[in-house]
Design a protein around this ligand. Structure first.
Ligand code: LLP
Length: 402
């Protein structure tokens, strides 16, 4: 990747995605599940650029969506309706209605109250809505608490007993068709055991439903596969698939997997330019043109992202905080990071920025979002143009109070 060339062609701050790397990740995961009916439903939230979704769709991927906006993106990007899943704890009536009308693969239901709404809306529409229920297996995923979702302390899914009641109710309804079961215990998982234990609990639930003549078709294991940001030892897709498949003996189910980060994180780079170096007493800061509004993960989770300096500087390395222009002390990409002395216009490449990067961005401090560029077979092209000031005020300027 020639970052210097990309920076001069597209300016900074800039997101760059290596689509060939995404292909490789997709194929490795798909291959791990071969021999079983399986569908990878790309978790759009990790990187929702239409060209990225379309890239996966062309390889046969489905889409895991958490808002009707994401469902619409999936359709626009060419994902067929029968490969689209709609999850999330708080779907509005309008969202449920549109998902039913669009005849997606299924709605992942996350509470008894929501099941009631889905049934009512399906009835109004004279439809029979395919649903899956998100089970919360109460297993600690051993990851960052903010991205842990599989404990009863977390807002996601329903406990086993409630799930059973909900399946019985759905099975008896003319307007609900229970076709799947779902769990997702957390993100950036690096331990296999919690996944295996959850899959066992959920597979047992499938068996107990079979015994009361409720036959499911889809076993949705969510996403969560971790990646290496620094030195994490990650789960191999093959071992992941084997662990899950091991719990499904005697069951004829299509496996659905909802990977996000695994496909996109290490395909992405955030490119930012050095504005200044400064010191406050002994403390060294490198001020760059990108900020927390572009890439929030370090500020929000203290997440580590490797930083590579592209510079002529041959100076000794010393510790510096890499900070952006936003008016918050929490606006940083790294703290006490070893870097050479940097000059105005040197470049810093923030690695592993392809997942939960651009999508978690904002316009805080009236900063336009950066452009996004895709690189494929050595060719680069813009897949989202840089936001300009006019874009930021477009929805306000006609409402100015006079
Ligand atoms: N399926 C469901 C139901 C999910 O909630 C998620 C992620 C995924 C799939 C995809 O998980 P992945 O394969 O990417 O781990 N913003 C955080 C991550 C939040 C993940 C939320 N759910 C971060 O920057 O680390």
């Amino acid at each position: 990747m020639n970052f210097r060339e990309l920076a001069s062609k597209y300016k900074t701050p800039l997101y760059i995605y290596d689509l060939d790397y995404m292909t490789k990740q997709y194929e490795e995961l798909k291959e791990a599940f071969k021999g079983r009916k399986s569908l990878l439903a790309y978790a759009i939230k990790s990187n929702s650029n239409l060209s990225v979704i379309n890239h996966f769709a062309q390889m046969g991927s489905g889409a895991d969506c958490v808002s009707i906006g994401e469902v619409r993106r999936a359709f626009l990007a060419g994902v067929p309706s029968y490969k689209i899943i709609f999850s999330g704890v708080g779907k509005s009536d309008e969202e449920i209605r549109e998902a039913i009308e669009k005849e997606i693969l299924y709605i992942n239901v996350e509470s008894e109250a929501e099941l009631g709404r889905v049934e009512l809306i399906a009835k109004e529409l004279g439809a029979n809505c395919r649903i899956s229920i998100r089970v919360n297996p109460n297993i600690d995923p051993l990851t960052h608490p903010y991205i842990s979702t599989g404990l009863h302390d977390n807002k996601f899914g329903v406990d086993i007993d409630s799930a059973k009641r909900m399946y019985i109710r759905a099975n008896n309804s003319e307007h609900l068709d229970p076709v799947g079961i779902h769990f997702h215990i957390g993100s950036q998982l690096t331990e296999l055991k919690p996944i295996y234990e959850s899959a066992e609990i959920v597979a047992d639930m499938v068996r107990s439903l079979q015994s009361i003549k409720i036959e499911l078709k889809f076993f949705d294991i969510g996403g969560g596969l971790g990646v290496t940001y620094k030195d994490e030892v990650t789960i191999k897709p093959y071992d992941y698939a084997q662990a899950v498949l091991g719990t499904l003996k005697g069951l004829d189910l299509t496996i659905i997997c909802e990977p996000g980060r695994f496909l996109t994180a290490n395909a992405g780079y955030f490119l930012t330019k050095v504005l200044y170096e400064k010191k406050n007493g002994a403390k060294r800061f490198v001020v760059v043109d990108g900020a927390m509004n572009d890439l929030l993960r370090p500020s929000l989770y203290k997440a580590y992202h490797k930083i590579e300096a592209i510079t002529e500087s041959k100076s000794e390395l010393s510790e510096a905080d890499v900070v952006g222009p936003v008016c918050e002390s929490g606006d940083f990409f790294a703290k006490d990071y070893m870097l050479p002395t940097l000059e105005h216009n040197d470049l810093l490449v923030v690695h592993s920025a392809g997942a939960y990067g651009f999508g978690m961005g904002s316009n805080y401090n009236t900063r336009g979002r950066s452009a996004e560029v895709a690189v494929k077979g050595g060719e680069s092209r813009v897949i989202r143009k840089r936001e300009e000031f006019e874009d930021l005020i477009a929805l306000e300027k006609d409402y100015l109070v006079k």
